[in-house]
Write a protein that binds this ligand. Structure first.
Ligand code: AMP
Ligand code: GLY
Length: 425
């Protein structure tokens, strides 16, 4: 069978790598893919949100399953287009994808489904938002409604910062149409973790907890990025609490979306904050996280193709998702300057040496392969991932591998996993 994987990040390399382990897979097509996917898949230079082009390709190549990595094609309706063409697709329809594509939609569904989340109001008028902010007082969080590449959230410590965020989003339209509406919500404090579940519309199968590192610099300082590292499990959400946590944040959403006639098929990702009053949902994503996907798939001790098919066809059972007991940790190596402007085209050395270490896999993200060499082509370049019996061991192995890899100006955080290690002590 041929499988089409949409996307070009470390997440998609991990998906292609894991899918390629199934012996019934003839060919994986990665659109557009990267240097890493080209090792196990055929890269095809189409845009990841060219819905018509993707469906035409899937038909022409007799693709048996479309696997969607990023959110943009889901929000644009790739799953609806596949359904129309009769091609099984792993990922929710455009209506359900609004859980990620619209913060106002997500908050409203959470309210309707009874999911614990920060108190909020939605505004499509800047003056109304400002008077609410002045009455409420800081701290507050201002969120652009639409997709803004992770940059549309401002945690405002003062009223002035919150008012400035409203001007930026609603008046200056710094994020374009994404800022036509905003959500203003109470600021929460606590440790964050990610909790992901495979879903078939009605049933779900849980993945173990994970923790991302969104800030660019050590100690969670500096600008927000797509994620500078991740590990699983996250001690802040231990296994004993998975089932109860799923009742809080996974099952109610599946039930509500099914009631609305849009059963959710794909990965439902709950971004949780563990406050003094228990876990609250900060956000939903409708796909695997990147880089959370890399450690999660390193731990998956089951056939990924079988799971994704079961989701697409509505016959998922929890026992299909088995995970190794070890911890996995992923360190992202970025180009100098990321998440701001950064150079491209630097040659990467040491990939084979790092990959050869026991329990290590180097997932490539912003890379391109040319003449047996690998060059950087993006901001997040590599996700060096390792398994260990403990989090400390996984961390030590991952950084041993990181030390073997080099390109000019390469940057990485040295403290991935430290919060979890401190908590496990
Ligand atoms: P979101 O895209 O909604 O997950 O927001 C991105 C990041 O902003 C989260 O990972 C949190 O670190 C932070 N954040 C979002 N909402 C809140 C909130 N209500 N209180 C405090 N921090 C928040
Ligand atoms: N790593 C966070 C995300 O993928 O949204």
């Amino acid at each position: 069978m041929n499988v089409l994987v949409i996307g070009s990040g470390g997440r998609e390399h991990a998906l292609c790598w894991k899918l390629s382990q199934n012996p019934t897979v003839d060919q994986i097509l990665a659109v557009p893919g990267n240097g890493g996917t080209s090792e196990v898949a055929r890269n095809i230079p189409l845009k990841d949100d060219d819905i018509e082009g993707l469906v035409a390709l899937a038909k022409a190549e007799k693709v048996g399953l479309v696997v969607v990595g990023p959110e943009a094609p889901l929000v644009k309706g790739i799953a609806d287009a596949c359904a129309h063409a009769g091609i099984p697709c792993f990922g929710p329809d455009a209506f359900a994808a609004q859980l990620e594509g619209s913060k106002a939609f997500a908050k409203t569904i959470m309210r309707e489904a009874g999911v614990a989340t920060a108190a909020f109001e939605v505004f499509d008028d800047a003056d109304a938002a400002k008077s609410y902010i002045k009455n409420h007082g800081a701290p507050l969080v201002v969120k652009a409604d639409g997709l803004a590449a992770g940059k549309g959230v401002v945690v405002a410590k003062t009223v002035d910062e919150a008012l400035e965020a409203i001007d930026d989003m609603m008046v200056k339209r710094s994020f374009g149409a994404a800022g036509a509406k905003v959500v203003v919500e109470d600021a929460l404090t606590g440790e964050e973790a990610s909790f992901l579940a495979f879903c078939d519309g009605e049933n779900f199968a849980l993945l173990p907890s994970a923790q991302d590192h969104k800030a660019a610099h050590e100690g969670d300082t500096g600008p927000n990025t797509g994620g500078m590292g991740a590990y699983s499990p996250a001690p802040v959400l231990p296994q004993e609490q998975y089932a109860a946590t799923a009742e809080l944040c996974i099952r109610p959403i599946l039930r509500r979306l099914a009631e609305l006639g849009h059963p959710f098929k794909g990965v439902l990702y709950a971004g949780l904050m563990f406050t003094e009053n228990g876990p609250l949902v900060l956000e939903y994503n409708v796909r695997f996280g990147d880089p959370e996907c890399q450690p999660l798939l390193m731990r998956l001790d089951a056939d990924l193709l079988e799971i994704l098919f079961a989701c697409a066809e509505g016959r998922l059972t929890p026992d299909m998702v088995r995970v190794r007991p070890e911890t996995a940790l992923c360190v992202v190596i970025a180009a100098p300057g990321y998440p701001g402007a950064y150079p491209k085209g630097m040659e990467i050395s040491g990939l084979a040496e790092a990959d050869a270490l026991p329990g290590v896999k180097v997932f490539q993200a912003g890379t391109a392969a040319k003449d047996d060499k690998t060059f950087t082509s993006g901001g997040r370049v590599l996700g060096v991932t390792a398994l260990g019996l403990t989090l400390a061991e996984a961390k030590a192995r991952a950084y041993e591998a990181v030390a073997k890899v080099h390109f000019e100006g390469c940057y990485f955080r040295r403290d991935i996993g430290d919060k979890g290690i401190a908590r496990s002590k």
